[in-house]
Design a protein around this ligand. Structure first.
Ligand SMILES: [Zn+2]
Length: 147
């Protein structure tokens, strides 16, 4: 699971967001940076409602509309990744890019794993089918064994 961001990473993603907003002619609102900081400070996977709840509890004045709009921008900027786990969309930090896959437990908990054999399978598929793999998503749905 992604741990809390270091101050250096926070500075880097703030700069990246600033450059992205400037390049696209988007306004640099404090709310957008507050959303970025909340996501990077806390780490892990989250859905929009949970993020909204956390930010409100922390005293932030951010609306659901602003949150959705900001997350769209962060996705475009490569600062957030979106996953579709079953019926639910979840997000996580997108920078720096980390290759990993997910196990989704029936209690909603999300585990991450990175297994080099998956890279080998992809290389084999590329050879076998004469393709270039652009992206992959592997979601394993599971429950904890009792005892
Ligand atoms: Zn993840």
């Amino acid at each position: 699971m992604a741990e809390a961001a270091t101050p250096a990473l926070l500075d880097e993603v703030r700069e990246r967001l600033e450059a992205f907003l400037a390049a696209g002619g988007h306004r640099k609102t404090p709310e957008r940076f507050a959303v970025l900081e909340e996501i990077y400070t806390r780490g892990g996977h989250f859905d929009v409602d949970t993020l909204l709840e956390r930010m409100k509890q922390g005293g932030a004045k951010v609306s659901r509309a602003t949150l959705y709009n900001t997350i769209e921008l962060l996705l475009e900027a490569g600062l957030v990744r979106k996953h579709r786990f079953g019926e639910q969309s979840q997000y996580e930090r997108g920078y720096p890019a980390r290759q990993h896959d997910h196990i989704i437990l029936d209690n909603g908990e999300v585990l991450e794993f990175c297994d080099p054999r998956i890279q080998q399978i992809k290389a084999t598929l590329e050879d076998h089918f004469g393709i270039e793999i652009l992206h992959h998503a592997l979601h394993i749905y599971a429950r904890k064994k009792n005892g």
